[in-house]
Design a protein around this ligand. Structure first.
Ligand SMILES: C[S@@+](CC[C@H](N)C(=O)[O-])C[C@H]1O[C@@H](n2cnc3c(N)ncnc32)[C@H](O)[C@@H]1O
Length: 216
């Protein structure tokens, strides 16, 4: 698995400025950032009190919303600097080192959520991660993923052409080198696990997939 921690350790101190500032080359990716995080919370079946595992918490913005809504949230984050910032915002929330394929707790979860992080795994590791997370989820629980995904080859091509002509070369490099998938390919991974699916486009980049684990 590729280790992105050096990149996120370096980004941690200015990460919140990036997501909340509308004037930089990633602005469209983070358009409606708070509303996307709120939507994730709303998709969780329990309205409060459930145990929610959040993976790739970064500076803890979604973690904070979940905590304030009364969920028992457990945060997992591989970057030490990100963990430090999240823990300083949320001293009462358990925040641990780990990643999508290594969760240091064995509690059964009501929901597993992640925002802007699943694209750090290639598709074969995403598949392994979903099988692994399925093992941590209660029957009737949900896995909710918000991240950049493409609805079609044509859409991806036209978006990348537009990013290139706007001169957003850092964003272009990320889109070409990290593991951004087609919506359908992520949905297929969930279908193989017999999950019920909802997929919703949140902005020009981000989709939210909410997948429910069936009761046999
Ligand atoms: C763009 S930030 C998103 C942070 C936060 N979830 C948000 O929505 O603002 C991506 C986060 O994923 C984490 N990450 C990178 N690779 C990961 C992996 N394999 N497993 C879990 N988290 C990972 C990074 O350290 C970083 O904090």
């Amino acid at each position: 698995m590729h280790d992105f921690s050096p990149l996120f350790d370096a980004w941690a101190a200015s990460y919140d400025a990036t997501v909340y500032d509308a004037d930089h080359e990633y602005a469209e990716v983070f358009e409606g950032y708070n509303a996307i995080l709120e939507n994730i919370c709303e998709k969780i079946s329990e309205k409060s009190g459930g145990v929610v595992l959040e993976i790739g918490i970064g500076t803890g913005n979604l973690t904070k919303l979940l905590y304030e809504k009364g969920f028992h949230v457990i945060g997992i984050e591989p970057s030490k600097e990100m963990r430090k910032i999240a823990q300083s915002k949320l001293p009462d929330v358990p925040i641990m080192d780990g990643h999508f394929l290594s969760i240091p707790v064995s509690v059964h979860m009501d929901a597993v959520v992640t925002s802007y992080a699943f694209h750090h795994l290639p598709l074969d590791e995403k598949k392994k991660a979903l099988v692994y997370l399925d093992g941590l989820l209660k029957d009737g629980g949900k896995i909710i993923i918000a991240d950049t995904m493409f609805e079609s080859e044509e859409y991806k091509k036209s978006l990348l052409d537009r990013v290139k002509s706007s001169g957003a070369f850092n964003l272009l490099k990320d889109l070409n080198t990290e593991y951004y998938e087609y919506v359908e390919d992520i949905c297929q991974l969930f279908r193989e696990l017999n999950y019920q699916l909802e997929a919703e486009k949140m902005n020009q980049y981000v989709w939210m997939i909410s997948a429910s684990k069936g009761r046999d």
